[in-house]
Design a protein around this ligand. Sequence first.
Ligand SMILES: Nc1ncnc2c1ncn2[C@@H]1O[C@H](COP(=O)(O)OP(=O)(O)OP(=O)(O)O)[C@@H](O)[C@H]1O
Ligand SMILES: O=C(O)C[C@@H](O)[C@H](O)C(=O)CO
Length: 336
Amino acid sequence: MTYVTFPVAKALDFVAIGRLCIDLNANEIHRPMEETMTFTKYVGGSPANITIGMSRLGMKTAFIGKIANDQMGRFIASYLECNAIDTSNVVTDRTGAVTGLAFTEIKSPTDCSILMYRDNVADLKLTPDEVQESLIADAKVLLISGTALAQSPSREAVFQALNYAKKHGAVIVFDLDYRPYTWTSPEETAVYYNLAAEKCDIILGTREEFDMMEKFEHNPERDDHITAAKWFDYSAKIVIIKHGKDGSIAYTPDGVGHRAKSFPAKVVKTFGAGDSYAAGFIYGVMQGWTLEKSMEYGSAAACIVISSHSCSDAMPTASQVDEYIERCNRGEITAS
Ligand SMILES: Nc1ncnc2c1ncn2[C@@H]1O[C@H](COP(=O)(O)OP(=O)(O)OP(=O)(O)O)[C@@H](O)[C@H]1O
Ligand SMILES: O=C(O)C[C@@H](O)[C@H](O)C(=O)CO
């Protein structure tokens, strides 16, 4: 059964809009940040990570965003280009804004956190007139990510991108990607998340992220069916609710909850799971696979990333995902 039909004859498979940042991942793991002395620098930001994932899987990709006019901004642009991502709509800020930094703390495979430095960041300065309509017109999929809705003018830039995607028939994916810093109140967050979600074909988020969106709803049992059903009255065809290592469920307008098996992983850190899962899942549905197979692919891609030190740099190729699934099926990989 096909739930989403992707446009054909478009030059680009996938375009994402939103944040481009730097991850500084602790080298000395299994200790608190206070005792961490060195970090390794990677490109970060959830939509950037997903785009890198899509590109590694062989898709033609582009990014719409804003980088600081500094060494970090140039590092990001060059990393995207090395990963075959079209950066023609990656704009350089001219106001003195800085690159967002995410310092990661890896205390244990289950206890990880991120310390964000995001004052005056370039990615939130993207303006609606900087979003190129032609790029979105050329794309099969537009992915938006919630953090870009946190402030103006980036918020308006995302809504403008949504208008272009609707006009040109791109499938719109919303990764909720809720990060509390940068938002001023839970009410503001819920209002803008809901306004954006109404326009989207595929919505992906964790149970906690959907809880945040339901600030004005009545769902005391936090029932996934109730959460998903609301969106089928708007544009949604697939709503995925993720439950960490317990896996994920994809709901469809016919009332079915599709589940896929998850895989074992030797977990180094938890973050990055959602981004690699999104890349693997979107890649799968774009191949015309069933939701179950696409989710399985996303789960395996997630396992590869959480077993690695980075998020972006660890995004797997298709042959790495295939090999991971085969090794799991042969019982060669067990959970940590
Ligand atoms: N410990 C784990 N072992 C195996 N698979 C996992 C584990 N954690 C996550 N996954 C896989 O990754 C998917 C997405 O994970 P999760 O629900 O943690 O997303 P997320 O909270 O968006 O991730 P992130 O921490 O990157 O924000 C899960 O549905 C599951 O398939
Ligand atoms: O999304 C961020 O700003 C930080 C990420 O790059 C980080 O690697 C992560 O949390 C992935 O989900």
